[in-house]
Design a binder for this molecule. Sequence first.
Ligand code: PLP
Length: 370
Amino acid sequence: MRKIASAGPFITEKEVKYVNDAVKNGWYSHWGDYLEKFEKSFARYLGVKYALATSSGTGALHVAMTALGVGPGDEVIVPEVTWIASVAPIIYLGGRPVFADIERDSWCIDPKSVKKLINKKTKGIIPVHLFGQPANMSAIKRIAKEHKLFILEDAAPGLGSEYKGKKAGAIGDMGMFSFQGAKLLVTGEGGMLTTNSRKLYEKARLFWDHGRNSKSKQPLWNITIGYKYKMSNLQASLGLAQLEHIDELIRKKNEIFFSYKRELEEIDGIELNLMPDQKNIKKVYYMTCMIMTKKFRLSRDELISHLKKNDIDCRPMFHPITKFPIFKSQRKQNPNAYFISGNGIVLPTPMNLTKKDVVRVCKTIKKGIL
Ligand SMILES: *Cc1c(COP(=O)(O)O)cnc(C)c1O
């Protein structure tokens, strides 16, 4: 039986052509051609003034938080259910992550929970558009404005989603994306930082490139200590090719989701990451995730093993961050986070998944739990 991967990209001749061209010609005076094109096209796609390509999404978050001024003693509010990359850079900078619960329906950060966590040390909020569902940005923006907090959108899972006429990643002070191999758009590894603020862009750019002042008459002139988070031209050539058919990438992910929905919706006790239609909000079904809301024959972890035994790779949902021993002291059992995450499985959604594969995955699930 063919092995079904948990994720993977859609690569066409265009990608091969651009990467080939970058390998052959992307050097000397052409070392940055694809990089510039990728950043400009991405900014245009998103509807923002500035985009800065990075070597990873984590790097984009680190540079963004540096530009936003996160420092020792500052608290930053993040949802309890996310990838560790939204959290770690706060700690790199000496700050403290504070964990908000998620909403029961959207599975994204709960503004009511955020409100309760704000104090004098709070510096900003990082909403995560989990699995392509935009977080409740109107409420987050109101809270941020009232308490003068920054908003940094972790839009790594939200590429292509729209919220009230704006694209995810174009709503807060800054936004970021990841192009790691399991994401919607891939560059191997890589990321992007987005903003409409010239000031934040320039600050981020400074820390992105070793603290070099690009405006100095003296080349290679460092005015502070920065990091090295630039994307390479080679990776950008792959990213540009992917971006040029992003609507196709989105359509494929949405089709996968709705194939799963058809197969699983009749099972009582299975819930998918399907929020009822919201006005003015466009969701991209970047990942398909199911939660088991009642007791089945197999537990969540047993079901994952059962799928793996049948050559179907899948993963548990992100663990609640405070479940990790290193965050034990902050454990306060955000109930929705623990419930959704504890019962969730991210189903395989590689771009090469066929309708027949979906039927096979769902048959295997049904055989396991019913
Ligand atoms: C993938 C991801 C990132 C960043 O990932 P990198 O692997 O560093 O590119 C950040 N946040 C979330 C929610 C992610 O899924």
